[in-house]
Write a protein that binds this ligand. Structure first.
Ligand SMILES: Nc1ncnc2c1ncn2[C@@H]1O[C@H](COP(=O)(O)OP(=O)(O)OP(=O)(O)O)[C@@H](O)[C@H]1O
Ligand SMILES: [Mg+2]
Length: 190
């Protein structure tokens, strides 16, 4: 039998409290939902995801204005290894980021300002999305759904309070399914 003294119990109770208050139910093997309670918590979750990315992933962030897509992407960039904080590509459609070493690239796309989904064709995205040396993170992906590869990770962010956001991750395709399981394990230990 393991005896826990007060010093052990406090962090354990705190951890259990945090888990109960940040996690909503895991829906099924293909999706995961939880509640973030602050921008930094959203960044930390993004960083966990970023650490798992190997190259070739396409991550779609759907949510209304100010939902937290850029905040989540900043975390993804941090976890993946970009040295500078990511800034929103809203006015330029796409920003490219590299790590201090290595040849891979993270591209951060924002389709909010696309007037017509066909404009996305002109960006030459076929060369980028899913390329093994490129991680792609896309805000407002629904505005250019036709250019998205069939397999991707979709993250829907809903504002449910001033600092509360509901994040729903859905894996499309077997590799994203595996990635979501690894993310769940790394983030929640289950
Ligand atoms: N739990 C949270 N997670 C993320 N952002 C939060 C949270 N709580 C509050 N915020 C705030 O919400 C805002 C989210 O801004 P952000 O630029 O990430 O939104 P966005 O979804 O990218 O919007 P846009 O569609 O305009 O690009 C920030 O001001 C952030 O501080
Ligand atoms: Mg944004």
């Amino acid at each position: 039998m393991v005896l826990l003294d007060d010093f052990c119990l406090v962090p354990l109770i705190y951890q259990l409290y945090n888990q109960c208050h940040t996690m909503a139910p895991i829906l099924n093997d293909h999706s995961l939902e939880f509640i973030s309670r602050s921008p930094e918590q959203t960044r930390r979750v993004g960083a966990r995801l970023g650490q798992l990315l190997q190259g070739g992933e396409v991550i779609c962030l759907q949510g209304g204005l100010g939902a937290g897509k850029t905040v989540l992407c900043q975390g993804i960039g941090r976890g993946w290894g970009v040295a500078q904080p990511l800034i929103s590509p809203t006015f330029v459609l796409m920003r490219q980021h590299r790590r201090p070493s290595g040849h891979q690239m993270l591209i951060h796309l924002d389709f909010y300002r696309l007037e017509d989904p066909r404009e996305a064709d002109g960006l030459g995205l076929d060369d980028w999305l899913g390329h093994p040396d490129v991680v792609s993170v896309i805000e407002w992906p629904e505005r250019a759904a036709a250019v998205l590869p069939e397999e991707h990770l979709w993250i829907q962010i809903d504002t449910i309070g001033e600092e509360q956001r509901r994040l729903l991750f859905t894996a499309h395709g077997p590799s994203y399914h595996d990635m979501l399981l690894a993310f769940r394990q790394a983030t929640f230990g289950v």
